[in-house]
Design a protein around this ligand. Structure first.
Ligand code: ZN
Length: 320
């Protein structure tokens, strides 16, 4: 391989986000973050995505203009030849101005069979900001499948829904089968399997364009885990983690997630098939290249030594 090629492969892949307008969306992606948003109902920034519903384009360098899905197909060497027919992860920033619907995702097995070969969705949230005394919906209070079905079909929502307190910097794992909802006033960074399959259990009887959004009650009842996991098994605080190192927040079948707060220069080896990075606060330099709040990029396989300096907070992820 020529030197030029080597050099090209070591480029950071900066990505252009794709924005989604939602009935529950707001304008903070254009205020708290430096994005040009399409409207005051912008709910999601698909920051690192190769999903057909929002396929990010490379911003600069030798792959400028290419979609992440195309790179995955044409240049498996950039991603450590990971064995998957599609880019496995999806990173989003969510601005919930209003409550999101109460929802649940299927696992791979159920989605493959019932959703045209789609992946299921394991996801996790890092809380970027929320109001004082904020909560999220994680889990439910039904003890048996019969209980669950009765509560849902009879609309006993206050009895059914389990809310947990959250604060900035909390990290929450949402396994497939977990009832969940992000509540208004909360911004999160979500890392998930590359999937867009959501079963809506309850939408507060809201109307979108004059009509209620579709519910998926039967599929929800199929996939919801009963009883729910204990809330303390899925939530942890990241405050107090040491600065200037990669702090592993979660390792599961589909992904590894790290939090990195840089306050003095750090150096480590990019030893993963690829490493996704989202800059959530501050600015700095990565191997001499400027990085700042709102940037999302991938360090490809073989990137080598990574040096970061400045004052930045980063959530990083890779496959397991
Ligand atoms: Zn979800």
């Amino acid at each position: 391989m020529s030197l030029t090629n080597n050099k090209e492969e070591k480029n950071m892949l900066f990505l252009e986000p794709v924005f989604k307008q939602m009935i529950w969306g707001g304008n903070r992606l254009g205020i708290d973050f430096p994005y040009q948003i399409p409207g005051d109902d912008t709910g999601e920034c698909w920051a690192v995505s190769a999903h057909p519903n929002g396929d990010c384009m490379v911003k600069e360098g030798s792959f400028a203009g290419e979609k992440l899905s195309e790179l995955w197909e044409k240049h498996p060497e950039l991603f450590g030849h990971v064995d998957s027919d599609r880019f496995p992860l999806l990173t989003k920033i969510i601005d919930a101005k209003a409550d999101l619907s109460i929802q649940v995702h299927p696992n791979d097995e159920y989605a493959m069979k019932n959703e045209n070969g789609s992946f299921g969705k394991m996801e996790c949230w890092y809380i970027l900001s929320c109001e004082e005394n904020a909560t999220l919906v994680v889990g439910h209070n039904a003890k048996t499948k019969e209980d669950l079905e009765a509560m849902i079909r009879e609309g006993r929502w206050t009895e059914f829904i389990r809310e947990i307190p959250i604060k900035k910097g909390d990290f929450i794992q949402i396994d497939p089968g977990t009832v969940h909802a992000i509540k208004g006033g909360t911004m999160i960074l979500e890392t998930q399997q590359n999937s867009d399959i959501t079963y809506r259990v309850y939408d507060y009887d809201r109307l979108a364009d004059g009509k209620p959004r579709e519910l998926h009650v039967d599929k929800s009842v199929d996939v919801i885990t009963v009883p729910a996991l204990d809330a303390s098994d899925s939530v942890c605080s990241t405050l107090g983690l040491p600065n200037n190192k990669m702090n592993l927040l979660k390792e599961c079948e589909y992904y590894r997630i790290w939090k990195i707060c840089v306050t003095e220069a750090i150096t480590f080896e990019q030893e993963y098939p690829f490493l996704i990075m989202s800059v959530l606060e501050g600015e700095g330099l990565l191997n001499g290249k400027k990085i700042k709040k709102g940037d999302h990029f991938i360090l490809p396989s073989g990137f080598g030594e990574v040096s970061i300096e400045g004052n930045v907070e980063i959530i990083a992820s890779s496959v397991r």
